[in-house]
Design a protein around this ligand. Structure first.
Ligand code: ARG
Length: 492
């Protein structure tokens, strides 16, 4: 029964494969034949369904640029050590460049039978320049080739993403600078805790992004070692120059150990870990934007460009963009877990499992790029409702800690001061009265040490201004902190 079902599905897939023009091999025929690359050892062609199942070309063609760059560096190195002649190298390099053009023009035919980007390009090279093309693979393997390709690809992606993080930081810091003195409630447990300035809050976001940037920089520097020369796993019998290929591809040096070189995917995991942390930051920022944008908070308004309406409720304006970013955090973290599970328990050295590294990695880079671009666009457009923020900061006894500190300065031990303020807050709650609205005589019932100067510290302005140390929320400190944040960006 089970077997019948499988066979039926199988046939369906086979039929599909036969009708798909993408299935044509490099010569453009559908003839069943032995694999061009390793056919020598085989008697039967690969099962058609398995051929599709084992192929990675559907997604790894994205590595074509890096694959070609790696092959050019390898060929030039082979010429330098006289494994190839200068003429042979010239033909190979020219051939590879014209393949790159074909791919970019869209005239290149990718073949599933040729399994992956490496074999597709190599077969096309052989077709273009005949036997000389077959010499390119001397002293290397797809194992060191693919490791090199992904590293080159990810290195570029990290550079682009780091640039986006920086752009987002600029947007956040600019907004912080404009709101160095805008007062809002600071929260713990999402309950009004103490007044803070919006600029201070925004600079907290910037610190998260600063660390994210640092994580990507670390990851980039650790991945920047060239695996070429490790060949399949044990190195090669040819007198290759690994330093030369490494420097041609702008790697800081060649990798140390051939077994590790072909099986290491730490850099992908490390990047995805950094990406997951970054996404968790974006999700926190977006959650705040969603809350602040709600009619209950009404602290900000997101521009119409970043919201959608409801098909049924005419009054709705939904913060879709921050919600989507919050949602994408799940898939990025999922990709990280996918890679961790992929690598778990893999024995040395290369295993076919590793082919599964690309999709989660590509998806992470795509999702992160999109989210950062959306945020870069959204942040400068945030419309701050200063009055609502201010009123909210005045409510909820946000300056109660300031009153306790005031009493401590009048020589009352902190625990006792806490108790006194607690009683005055209880009175306020019963009588719907904020501390700053209580008459002096009332406040003095809680402590005779309270004098008229108490009103300076009970105001939200006084409260934030008094926290003027490094890392504090006072407008003066926030202005200084924005300058330091800008300096840090400039010093990168
Ligand atoms: N497509 C393969 C991958 O992505 C390339 C390396 C194949 N190596 C091998 N020994 N089968 O990992």
């Amino acid at each position: 029964m089970q077997l019948a079902i499988i066979t039926e599905k199988h046939t369906e897939r086979e039929k599909l494969a036969m009708t798909n023009s993408d299935e044509k091999d490099i010569e453009g025929t559908n003839e069943k034949k032995l694999n061009q690359t390793w056919g020598g050892r085989f008697h039967e062609p690969l099962d058609e369904f398995i051929s599709k199942f084992a192929a990675s070309i559907q997604f790894d063609k994205r590595l074509y640029k890096e694959d070609i760059a790696g092959s050019i560096a390898h060929a030039e190195m082979l010429a330098k050590v006289e494994i190839l002649t200068t003429e042979e190298c010239g033909l190979i390099v020219e051939g590879l460049k014209s393949i790159e053009e074909d791919i970019e023009k869209g005239s290149f035919v990718w073949s599933t039978e040729l399994e992956d980007v490496h074999m597709n390009i190599e077969a096309a090279l052989v077709k273009k320049i005949n036997a000389v093309g077959k010499k390119l693979h001397t002293g290397r393997s797809r194992n060191d080739q693919v490791a090199t390709d992904i590293k080159l690809w990810l290195r570029k992606a990290i550079d682009q993403l780091s640039d986006l993080i920086e752009q987002l930081q600029v947007a956040v810091i600019n907004l912080a600078e404009n709101h160095a003195a805008t007062i809002m409630p600071g929260f713990t447990h999402l309950q009004t805790a103490q007044p803070v300035t919006l600029g201070h809050h925004l600079l907290a976001w910037n610190e998260m992004l600063e660390r994210d940037f640092g994580r990507f920089t670390d990851c980039r520097s650790r991945l920047n070692e060239c695996p070429l020369g490790a060949a399949a796993l044990a190195g090669t019998t040819f007198p290759i120059d690994r330093h030369l290929t490494a420097s041609k591809l702008s790697f800081s040096k060649p990798t140390e150990n051939s077994l590790d070189s072909v099986s290491d995917r730490d850099f992908a995991m490390e990047f995805c870990a950094g990406a997951s942390i970054l996404m968790s930051h974006l999700s926190r920022i977006c959650e705040e934007l969603i809350l602040w944008n709600s009619s209950q908070f009404h602290f900000i308004q997101l521009s119409d460009r970043f919201a959608t309406g409801s098909s049924i409720m005419p009054q709705k304006k939904n913060p879709d963009v921050p919600e989507l970013i919050r949602g994408k955090t799940g898939r990025v973290t999922g990709n990280f877990i996918t890679l961790l599970m992929l690598m778990k328990s893999q024995p040395l050295a290369y295993n076919k499992d590793n082919q599964e590294d690309k999709e989660p990695l590509f998806d992470t880079v795509d999702a992160l790029g999109d989210c950062l671009r959306a945020m870069i666009d959204l942040v400068p457009d945030i419309e701050v409702q200063k009055d609502t923020m201010y009123r909210a900061a005045m409510e909820g006894y946000s300056t109660a800690t300031d009153l306790a500190d005031y009493l401590v300065r009048k020589n009352i031990p902190f625990r006792e001061a806490h108790e006194i303020v607690g009683r005055s807050v209880a009175y306020g709650l019963e009588n719907e009265l904020e501390l700053s609205h209580m008459p002096l005589s009332k406040l003095q019932e809680f402590s005779p040490k309270i004098e008229t100067d108490v009103y300076d510290i009970l105001s939200v302005e006084g409260s934030v201004a008094s926290r003027a140390h490094l890392g504090g929320t006072a407008p003066r400190s926030v202005k200084a902190a924005t300058r330091r944040a800008q300096d840090r960006l400039r010093a990168r």
